[in-house]
Design a protein around this ligand. Structure first.
Ligand SMILES: C[S@@+](CC[C@H](N)C(=O)[O-])C[C@H]1O[C@@H](n2cnc3c(N)ncnc32)[C@H](O)[C@@H]1O
Length: 363
């Protein structure tokens, strides 16, 4: 009998390909439950005791890496807090390793699948493997080895990672669909061409395409592995979207080209000087009357819980978010106004997230 080392596809979890073995899947379910229990059941007492310790030690509640370091030192002397942080971090390290290891068993099948998809539709994909990705984007984001750019399967890894990270709130892209449902059109209602920037695996682009099926749809991202995988993922849903590798601060589109530009959890992944360039670039490629939509962490302020809670503050280090604290401090609304946008009221996205809706004035 000829032995085979190939694995059959194990179906999907929503739109996300299932892991290669049942053993991997059940281990990930266990890690996901453990993470859920940590954050949802123990998170409140961690934050309560953590707040007391900060007060006792005179540590200010500021969103800086220096304060995050002080918190870490102080918490390391409190057994419960130290264990909470260690376990949270370890769970994340372990689930990432297991996901990468699981898909590695069928790596060649995946590489072939992406190669084939490059040539197929609906939609299209373009990228340039010789293009040098700026250094700021080549970090181990989310403590993922190589981040968004370091592995040809980074998109596939990111897809399953988010299933665990968001504890199934993302099943069948429900979380992204929820944000799109809260995304308003331009004031004149016209959406004939839209783009998601920093599209990752293209979930917002896909959900927007379902709302605006006749619109020309684009998803752009700085990372080639992400646009390749998002194209494959959109194809599985029979959605015609054009994906292209492109930094959001330097978009290869003419002025006034889009009715809508959307960014979901991109802004906290880039340094503040790049945020300013991205906003200026979005303004340029939008038509007068077009809308720029940003879904991302709440800006730091005293009266709202969110990423600026203690959990958020330490998460910047634990979750490999080198630029997140810069974003929550940067008052993005001010940067949008300075760039020329008119702002609508912010929208509460739940959890750590807020929607900002910025209209490019008609005259
Ligand atoms: C946290 S992911 C978000 C992906 C997606 N929007 C979602 O909703 O899941 C951030 C994405 O932004 C991309 N990115 C980072 N810097 C970028 C830049 N300057 N221009 C375009 N994309 C960028 C990363 O490659 C990554 O895919």
């Amino acid at each position: 009998m000829k032995l085979s080392n190939t694995y059959a596809d194990r179906g999907k979890r929503g739109h996300t390909p299932e892991l290669t073995t049942r053993a991997d899947q059940s281990y990930l379910e266990y890690l996901s439950d453990a993470r859920d229990m940590m954050l949802n059941k123990k998170g409140q007492s961690f934050m309560k005791r953590g707040g007391e310790v900060m007060k006792e030690r005179g540590i200010p509640f500021e969103h800086t890496h220096e304060v995050a370091e002080k918190i870490r030192d102080a918490f390391s002397e409190e057994q419960d807090l130290a264990v909470f942080l260690r376990v949270k971090r370890s769970l994340q390290e372990v689930y990432k390793e297991r996901i990468i290891g699981s898909y590695r068993l069928i790596e060649q099948q995946w590489l072939n699948r992406l190669d084939e998809a490059d040539e197929q539709g609906p939609g299209s994909v373009s990228y340039d493997l010789d293009w040098e990705v700026p250094a700021y984007a080549c970090r181990d984001m989310h403590i993922q080895p190589g981040g968004f750019v370091g592995s040809p399967l980074a998109g596939l890894h990111y897809d399953y990672n988010t299933q665990i990270f968001f504890s199934d709130n993302v099943a069948a892209d429900a979380m992204h669909a929820g944000f799109v449902a809260k995304t308003p059109p331009p004031h004149d209602g016209r959406v004939e061409r839209f783009m998601e920037i920093g599209c990752g695996i293209g979930q917002i682009a896909c959900e927007l395409k379902k709302v605006y099926p006749d619109a020309e749809a684009w998803g752009t991202d700085i990372a080639a592995p992400m646009v390749r995988y998002s194209h494959w993922r959109a194809m599985q849903q029979d959605l015609a979207i054009h994906f292209s590798q492109m930094p959001a601060e330097d978009l290869d589109f003419p002025d006034g080209h889009f009715d809508m530009v959307a960014a979901h959890i991109l802004f906290h992944e880039i340094p503040v000087p790049v945020i300013k360039k991205v906003i200026a670039e979005a303004y340029r490629v939008l038509r007068p009357g077009g809308i720029f939509v940003i879904w991302d962490f709440r800006t730091a302020c005293d009266d709202k819980p969110g990423y600026h809670s203690i959990l958020g503050l330490v998460d910047a280090a634990d979750n490999g978010e080198p630029y997140a604290l810069g974003f929550v401090n940067c008052e993005v609304e001010g940067i949008l106004s300075e760039a020329g946008f008119d702002l609508r009221d912010n929208c509460d996205g739940g959890l750590f997230i807020e929607g900002r809706f910025a209209d490019k004035p008609v005259v």
